[in-house]
Design a protein around this ligand. Structure first.
Ligand SMILES: Cc1cc2nc3c(=O)[nH]c(=O)nc-3n(C[C@H](O)[C@H](O)[C@H](O)COP(=O)(O)OP(=O)(O)OC[C@H]3O[C@@H](n4cnc5c(N)ncnc54)[C@H](O)[C@@H]3O)c2cc1C
Length: 408
């Protein structure tokens, strides 16, 4: 009997892979329903993978990405798309290769997986939380659930996810159980997450969004990462898809004890000279207009107020009263508004967890533990984390499938 713990994308795919070999498979999920987090993915639309070249997939993961080489070879993005297509899911490709179901509903992906689980006669036990996996002399014996039920099992696939969005069931249970079984856990940190900023005035900008900006993150005067796109100011920082993608590299530096600085180029389409020329033109066109209203043509009103405050220019100053020095100051801010990065927001708002069961203790060809025979790992609970764009679900499906067919 093969028992899969955790009914997220990795666990469901692991159960499907294991049952394809005619094995008796039980899938245990602590929630009332399978795939709660899956339903939230891609804003409820599920960005299930990415159509980049299969061999490029691993470059979309952080340092431990090469661990995924075999899992991706066994079940890459093309296999994933064909798995879903064969079972009737129509997909579409959006910006940056992101793949979604045509229905724009994550429930279409979940329904298909659940149908397959039914077809393969996999026993599903929801509302059942696993408490402990008993291993004697390195052989898996049984599984103890919170409700006292004990299951005999020959092989166990852990697919309990990470720590983010805990309301979905990902509370780190499996990671703690793996640790108790003697596995090393790489420190758990939030990933693909908004950042908090030190400068106090950011709270004045809550809800303000800026489009077509360039973000430049620096440490020790060196650029870490540059991104272009839209951002939104939160109560104490910034968020937005471009930020989520760059957060990994920023977090790495913060974790290494480095100070990280952010520069926002609000006029990213223009260089310094062009920006100044545009501002001068606007001033000459409407010399008696309030400066705040001139700036409103480039940024939202609340942002223009902050720009004036930072340049120490009175809020009621007219365009034609602007001094040369003040103009230079404004241009400098428009081309490189500086913040100190404080931290990330909490796990609760992070899309993924970085860290997890050490890849050094898992056989990449099978997903079996190198410490305990008969124990397998899949999905986000492993120390792997990918970029925004469908890569994390691809990793969950690839590792899940490989763990399933290896155990089966
Ligand atoms: C808001 C949001 C949007 C996202 N959007 C995308 C996207 O569009 N594309 C993308 O690639 N990635 C996305 N991700 C990331 C992606 O959802 C995860 O990487 C993926 O769900 C990981 O799958 P998993 O099966 O490993 O873990 P999970 O999906 O976390 O599933 C783990 C399951 O295990 C169960 N479980 C835990 N402990 C126990 C226990 N003791 N006993 C029984 N069951 C247990 C949990 O209830 C849960 O159902 C998003 C994440 C979030 C939070």
């Amino acid at each position: 009997m093969i028992v899969v713990i955790g009914g997220g994308p990795a666990g469901m795919m692991a159960a499907i892979g294991a049952a394809s070999g005619q094995n008796e498979v039980t899938l245990i999920e602590k929630n009332k329903h399978l795939g709660r987090k899956l339903l939230l993915t891609g804003g409820g639309r599920c960005n299930l993978t990415n159509i980049c070249e299969p061999e490029d997939l691993i470059y979309h993961f952080s340092k431990t990405g090469s661990f995924l080489r075999d899992a991706i070879k066994t079940f890459d993005n093309k296999s994933l798309i064909s798995f879903f297509a064969k079972r009737g899911l129509k997909i579409k490709v959006e910006e940056n290769g992101r793949v979604f179901p045509v229905t724009d509903k994550a429930s279409s992906v979940l329904d298909l997986l659940e149908d397959e689980i039914k077809k393969l006669k996999i026993k599903v036990l929801c509302n059942t939380s696993v408490k402990r996996v008993m291993v004697t002399k390195s052989v898996v014996k049984s599984i103890l659930c919170e409700n006292g039920t004990i299951f005999q099992a020959d092989k166990v696939i852990f697919a309990t996810g990470g720590l983010s969005y805990q309301a979905t069931g990902s509370t780190g249970d499996g990671i703690r159980m793996a640790e108790k079984l003697g596995h090393t856990i790489a420190p758990l940190k939030p990933g693909l997450v908004a950042l908090t900023l030190e400068n106090i005035f950011s709270h004045k900008l809550e809800g303000v969004s800026l489009n077509d900006v360039k973000l430049i993150f620096k440490t020790d005067k060196k650029k870490i990462v540059t991104e272009k796109g839209s951002i939104i100011f939160t109560k104490n920082g910034i968020s937005g898809p471009i930020l989520l993608s760059s957060s990994g590299k920023v977090i790495d530096r913060l974790n290494a004890g480095k100070k990280v600085f952010l520069e926002i180029d609000i006029m990213s389409m223009f260089d310094l000279k062009e920006t100044e020329d545009i501002l001068i033109k606007k001033i000459l066109e409407s010399p008696v207009k309030g400066l705040k209203n001139i700036l409103k043509e480039f940024v939202p009103m609340r942002f223009s107020e902050v720009l004036l405050e930072l340049s120490k220019i009175p809020q009621d100053k007219k365009a034609n009263q602007l001094t040369f020095k003040e103009r230079k100051e404004l241009i400098t801010l428009l081309k490189g508004l500086k913040f100190n990065v404080a931290n990330t927001v909490s796990f609760e708002k992070a899309q993924i967890t970085r860290g997890g069961v050490s890849v050094k203790e898992i056989d990449p060809k099978t997903m079996e533990s190198k410490k305990e025979k008969g124990i397998y790992f899949a999905g986000e609970m492993i120390d792997i984390d990918g970029d925004c764009g469908g890569f994390n679900l691809q990793a969950a499906f690839s590792t899940g499938y490989l763990a399933g067919i290896s155990a089966g």
